[in-house]
Design a protein around this ligand. Structure first.
Ligand code: BTN
Length: 231
């Protein structure tokens, strides 16, 4: 587990994917700023100084699709658990890739596959100011935590959860994830391609899908864009 630090990169995920042959399992790169931070579904991840912006490497993982779609969930619970180790707070896990605090987004996760390897990219609002335009939906911890320590604690937590997952303790992990389920009992609208589904969220199922009650029946979703408390 080595941490290589940069002042500025286009994106830590881009850099790690481009140079992936240089990295070993759990190696980390971080940047103080990113000029083209990327989010999921082609979104931009607005980056600024004071955020934790980093990616770590999972080398030569022989995982099938059912296994590797669980990586974002493992990254989410590891981030949440590491943040609680640094200072306890009311963090929630928002299926599939976000950490929320006080109903607002604190952190986002982007997992990408390259050959048999994975790049896990995480952005967290630690001490950065949240721009006015997104104040309603995003939150920063607003505390001068040691960012390197935050990053290392998260990757150490990830290594622990990931080893548990590989040795067959997924059921315990998903149980813990469910105890932090931000969407639980919320009324949501979920969009997949051009179709909309409306219902009440229940648990995250053992295979990592979201259970949504629609007309008294449970439907399982493996992906989708979510709108909460719509009218
Ligand atoms: C999302 O919420 O859509 C995911 C955001 C992921 C952002 C992080 S910041 C570090 C790493 N480098 C990137 O370009 N993206 C991830």
């Amino acid at each position: 587990m080595k941490l290589k630090k940069f002042k500025e990169l286009d994106s830590t995920n881009n850099y790690m994917k481009k140079h992936f042959k240089e990295f070993e399992n759990y190696d980390i790169i971080s940047a103080e700023n990113q000029t083209s931070g990327r989010g999921r579904r082609g979104n931009t991840w607005f980056s600024s100084k004071g955020m934790a912006l980093f990616s770590f490497f999972l080398k030569d993982q022989n995982l099938n699709i059912e296994q590797y779609t669980k990586i974002p969930i493992i990254a989410g619970i590891s981030t949440l658990s590491a943040l609680n180790k640094i200072e306890k707070n009311n963090y929630k896990y928002k299926w599939t890739n976000d950490i929320f605090l006080n109903e607002k987004k604190l952190s986002g996760i982007l997992v990408e596959k390259i050959e048999n390897n994975f790049v896990v990219g995480i952005g967290i609002n630690i001490y950065n100011k949240i721009p006015k335009e997104v104040e309603d939906i995003a939150i920063s911890l607003n505390k001068d935590y040691d960012i390197d320590k935050v990053i290392l604690t998260i990757v150490e937590e990830f290594a622990k959860y990931y080893e548990k997952f590989l040795s067959g303790s997924w059921e315990n992990i998903i149980e813990e994830v469910n105890s932090y389920n931000f969407l639980k009992d919320k009324k949501i609208k979920l969009k997949i391609l051009d179709k909309y589904y409306e219902g009440i969220v229940k648990n995250i199922s053992l295979d990592g899908r979201l259970e949504v009650e629609i007309n008294k029946k449970i439907k399982l979703f493996s992906a989708g864009e979510i709108e909460i408390n719509y009218r």
